[in-house]
Design a protein. Structure first.
Length: 144
């Protein structure tokens, strides 16, 4: 059974390229073998992440992520059964969220992931993926 989880969190300390590289290195090691796909959005001191995969695998990864000391105030925005993946092309795409991004200002002017509906947060992720060039991690093989 496939599920999709969406959460928001606040970074602890500055989000540096070193921190991001370490997180992506973990994602690269674990996500593809675990059948996880998704997108990680960072910026303005926040993380917004979608995890897709088998329910048990998503639960295991989410449990590990919420105890990660590099962020706090982890809040689950949605957890739903899905029939197909939305971000199946990425084992973990990385997109940047900038409050001064014209697309964000135009399409999501009031954007606050802690106040937003999960569909609003998902729409922002979709727009960021379309507008930007996500930094790719190798896609998983043979995943629906
Ligand atoms: C915002 C955020 C997103 C993360 N995303 C992932 C992920 O997609 N996959 C993953 O394996 N670890 C992710 N991690 C790291 C895990 O919390 C954990 O540190 C890691 O899986 C441990 O494995 P390692 O010791 O092999 O690096 C993330 C951490 C943070 C703070």
């Amino acid at each position: 059974m496939l599920v999709r989880a969406l959460y928001v969190s606040r970074a602890v300390g500055p989000v540096t390229t070193t921190v991001t590289a370490a997180i992506l290195a973990s994602a690269r090691r674990h996500n593809s073998p675990a059948g996880i796909t998704g997108v990680l959005c960072q910026g303005s001191g926040l993380y917004l992440q979608v995890l897709e995969g088998e329910r048990a695998a998503v639960n295991r990864l989410y449990a590990s992520i919420i105890s990660d000391k590099r962020h706090q105030d982890v809040e689950l925005l949605s957890f739903e059964e899905i029939s197909q993946r939305r971000f199946g092309a990425w084992s973990m795409a990385l997109v940047e969220l900038s409050a001064s991004d014209p697309m964000v200002l135009l399409n999501h002017p009031e954007f606050d992931p802690y106040a937003a509906s999960s569909s609003g947060a998902m729409a922002l992720l979709d727009d960021l993926l379309k507008a930007g060039s996500p930094i790719d991690t190798p896609p998983p093989q043979n995943k629906a």
